[in-house]
Ligand binder design. Structure first.
Ligand SMILES: [Zn+2]
Length: 146
C-alpha cells in the first residue's frame, strides 16, 4: 500500500490534459502528447489544434518516461508570482529534455546542481507539488537522473 494513504486525498494534475490517468500509482503516469495526423508534429499536453500546421486532427499519445538532457540553465532566484516550490527557495536546474518521440520538454531537473550534465539520461517523475485549498494533492512533473 501507498504510505501516503491516497484514500483521503485526491490527486489532480497541475494542468488539465498533462498526464495519463489513473494518477495512482504516480510511478506509472506519463506525460500526454498530441500528435497531428496531418503533419505528424507532436506537442506536449492535450491540444485542440496543431501548433505546426493549425490542423485539428490530433491524436493523444502517451509520451516516453525516458529522456536526455538537451540543454539547461540554473534558476538561482525565486520566480516572481505564485511560485509553489520550496520555501525558502532552493536553486534548481531547468532543462529541455529530449524524449524519444523527438520533442523537447521544458522541465525542472531534480538533480544535484554539481552533477547536472548535458546528455545525461533522465526519467520522468510525477510528484505532489503542493496541497490545494480542497486538500487535493496537485501533481507536477520534473525529470531526474536515471
Ligand atoms: Zn500539424
Amino acid at each position: 500500500m501507498d504510505r501516503d494513504d491516497p484514500q483521503n486525498k485526491k490527486r489532480i494534475s497541475i494542468r488539465e490534459g498533462l498526464f495519463t490517468t489513473p494518477l495512482v500509482p504516480v510511478e506509472q503516469a506519463k506525460l500526454i502528447g498530441s500528435q497531428c495526423k496531418d503533419c505528424s508534429e507532436i506537442s506536449l499536453g492535450k491540444r485542440q489544434t496543431c501548433s505546426n500546421c493549425g490542423g485539428v486532427n490530433l491524436e493523444e499519445i502517451p509520451l516516453s518516461r525516458q529522456g536526455k538532457l538537451w540543454t539547461y540553465t540554473v534558476i538561482r532566484h525565486k520566480p516572481p508570482g505564485d511560485y509553489k516550490g520550496p520555501d525558502p527557495f532552493v536553486p534548481f536546474g531547468l532543462g529541455l529534455v529530449e524524449i524519444p518521440e523527438g520533442i523537447r520538454v521544458l522541465s525542472p531537473i531534480q538533480c544535484d546542481l554539481e552533477g547536472i550534465k548535458v546528455g545525461m539520461d533522465l526519467e520522468l517523475e510525477v510528484y505532489p507539488l503542493y496541497t490545494d485549498e480542497n486538500k487535493n494533492e496537485v501533481l507536477a512533473f520534473r525529470f531526474r537522473p536515471v
